[in-house]
Design a protein around this ligand. Sequence first.
Ligand code: ADP
Length: 274
Amino acid sequence: MSEKEQCNHNCAGCAKNCEDRTAESLLKLPHPTSHIKKVIGIVSGKGGVGKSFVTSMLACAMNRKGYRTAVLDADITGPSIPKMFGIHEHAIGTEEGILPVVSKEGVKLISLNVLLESETTPVVWRGPVISGVVTQLWAEVLWRNVDYMFIDMPPGTGDVPLTVYQSIPLDGIIVVTSPQDLVSMIVAKAVNMASALNVPTLALVENMSYLECPDCKKRIEVFGSSKVEAAAKEFSIQTWTKIPIDPSVAAYCDAGKVEELRQNWLDPVIQVIE
Ligand code: ADP
């Protein structure tokens, strides 16, 4: 039989780079015992804008609503999810696969930091190795009975996020931005990359949008007036929201207590994904 006749058209299980291979078929299958209903990626044009914080807040909110929730920390070079949840233990490996760690309130988590010997070991890997690790976290972790998985995506629009988009079947993305990024081309690139890969952008979150005076409650727009509404309109994104600069965010995140932070900033986003 020729190679063509042997083809079962399941490119996910085949390493050949033949002419029939399609972008869609680069998708990796999760472990046979995994069951994940919805997968939502949290993306940003660059690092440090609060992507991990928004991922954690969304996961906590959905978990509190009674959904079985998971977080896959795909930000391999800057993994901050375990720290925000106060998790310092290691994931356990079984013969079948890796078990995610479970937070105090029951969110299942996986991150390179719960697999590495030491949390401070730097990741000095090239792009293809990093994206290979992300797909392993998707395919080799036992994600049993998950209603919502939130993926803290690698920042930017380079080869690592591209591979993640092509290997994991995302139902949609949520773009997190700083007010300054909205005036540059950074956010447009992130949104356009998702749409080129047929992944819908569900919401736009402007983090560090303003500062509220604790005494008089006046809002100070530190980086100038907000552009999130106009940007959402420009990119045809139905839902947008603003998160203020709030010292309690950094305090709860740094103390590993993100699950205890109660704020309604992300309610409009939760409504669209529910
Ligand atoms: P990213 O994942 O985009 O790199 P993080 O979510 O790790 O960014 O956030 C970077 C830092 O900024 C963290 O220490 C976090 O606690 C802090 N931070 C994020 N959003 C806010 C906010 N709205 N107010 C105050 N601190 C914030």
